[in-house]
Write a protein that binds this ligand. Structure first.
Ligand code: FAD
Length: 385
């Protein structure tokens, strides 16, 4: 087996890359640790895709249900600051799209299953300087030769560890809680986000194949608030606060999923033939729903560089191909990570002056057209992130 690109990790990003490269006649092989199981799991977790990520999926012909978001209302639950973003401000039909994580994962997995070795992982790899390729040994002792390894095995990337690439990580000391809920919110194209002492709470519409009044909730809570509560109990006790703020009933109707929140990034994305992509390279706070969009922007840049290099038919300079990808993505990813950290810190603060500033700040940006357009263009992916 001699695929041009061996992909460690058949999640959304790994499978997207495999599919796009194969459409361009570049052979790939996906090495996925989990099983080939395609059975339906409870749909709880969602992803918010920006227009650019959705376009990439449309180009591949991925056909799943999306909920369209045309407006996002953001406000400070403890103060008067508020801001709203609307698709009209950027002359676009929609701002973003909510999908079920499982739906997108499954659609891409089905597409790539014949190019995937399931229940396998890369055990070690070494550069072959003579043939300018890379020898890869898998856990069941199969051996492959490849030009590139795309590290798409998510946070705590094993392939990064094999290459001794060291992440820079920190914890937010927060837990993300997610579940679906029925609500009486009427406009199913509006998402709401509330920053408050009880956490950062987002409620967004779900794809319309489900009950029309069902929404997805993504809620991050400081761990110290959870110290004396089970997560389910915390949700039951505190949801009424958000019901009052939004003037609606919110009745959870799924199991609750929770994640400890941390962020990480690498100073180097490359080691020989290996390059890190998506959550393997960086992870951020989910407050702006940008994690998967950064992954798609990475995947797009990586595929473009590989396709261009193979189409140009000049002697392939592998190092240059990977470096071009790294230059295109590393600073953008770091900027997004630092911006998310800034917002988390800003809304965590109990300092009166900071609270005053953030209220004035939010409402001020809301009144300043060019600043708003800047934020909306970035969030919607129109300015490439
Ligand atoms: C609560 C929460 C809410 C979120 N909400 C949003 C949102 O609204 N919008 C958004 O854009 N992002 C969101 N994210 C982030 C988003 O889920 C991730 O950015 C995205 O799933 C990353 O995709 P990936 O393919 O890079 O990695 P992963 O989804 O982690 O996939 C990695 C794949 O690699 C496989 N694997 C792992 N180890 C190995 C190994 N050693 N060998 C082989 N295979 C391996 C795994 O089985 C998996 O299939 C959220 C995250 C959290 C925690």
């Amino acid at each position: 087996m001699n695929p041009v690109v061996t992909i460690s990790g058949g999640g959304i990003i790994g499978n997207y890359i495999s599919s796009r490269l194969n459409n361009n006649n570049i052979e790939t092989l996906v090495i996925e640790k989990s099983s080939a199981d395609l059975s339906d799991k409870e749909n709880i977790r969602t992803l918010t895709l920006n227009s650019y990520s959705k376009e990439l999926l449309d180009d591949l012909g991925i056909n799943i249900d999306y909920a369209e978001i045309k407006k996002i209302n953001v406000f400070d639950g403890e103060g008067t600051g508020k801001i709203d973003f609307s698709s009209d401000e950027i002359n676009s039909e929609n701002l973003s799209y909510v999908v079920y994580f499982n739906d997108l994962q499954k659609a891409l997995k089905i597409r790539e299953q014949e190019r995937t070795l399931f229940e396998e992982e890369i055990k070690k790899f070494k550069e072959d300087g003579v043939n300018k390729s890379c020898e890869i040994l898998l856990s069941k002792d199969k051996q492959i030769t490849s030009q590139f390894i795309a590290g798409c095995d998510g946070r705590n990337s094993n392939i990064a560890k094999l290459a001794s690439l060291k992440p820079i990580s920190s914890y937010y000391n927060q837990t993300a809680i997610t579940f679906t809920a029925k609500s009486s919110l009427k406009d199913l194209t509006i998402a709401h986000q509330i920053f408050s002492e009880r956490g950062i709470f987002a409620i967004m519409p779900l794809p319309l194949n489900t009950d029309e009044s069902t929404h997805t909730i993504v809620w991050s809570v400081d761990n110290k608030r959870l110290r004396d509560h089970e997560i389910k109990e915390y949700v039951q006790k505190n949801i009424s606060y958000f019901e009052r703020k939004l003037k609606t009933e919110i009745i959870p109707n799924s199991n609750i999923v929770s994640f400890n929140l941390s962020n990480h990034y690498f100073e180097e994305y490359i080691s020989g033939s290996l390059v890190l992509i998506g959550d393997a390279a960086h992870s951020i706070h989910p407050l702006a729903g940008q994690g998967i969009n950064l992954g798609f922007a990475d995947a797009d840049a990586f595929c473009e560089e590989i396709i261009n290099a193979y189409e140009s038919k000049i002697n392939l300079d592998k190092k240059l191909v990977l470096k071009k990808y790294e230059i295109r993505r590393k600073s953008m990813n770091l900027l997004m990570l630092k911006s998310m950290n800034f917002f988390v810190d800003l809304f965590k603060s109990d300092n009166l002056y900071i609270r005053l500033l953030r209220n004035i700040g939010l409402s001020g940006v809301n009144k300043t057209k060019f600043l708003k357009r800047f934020f909306v263009n970035h969030a919607s992916g129109r300015n490439k992130i």
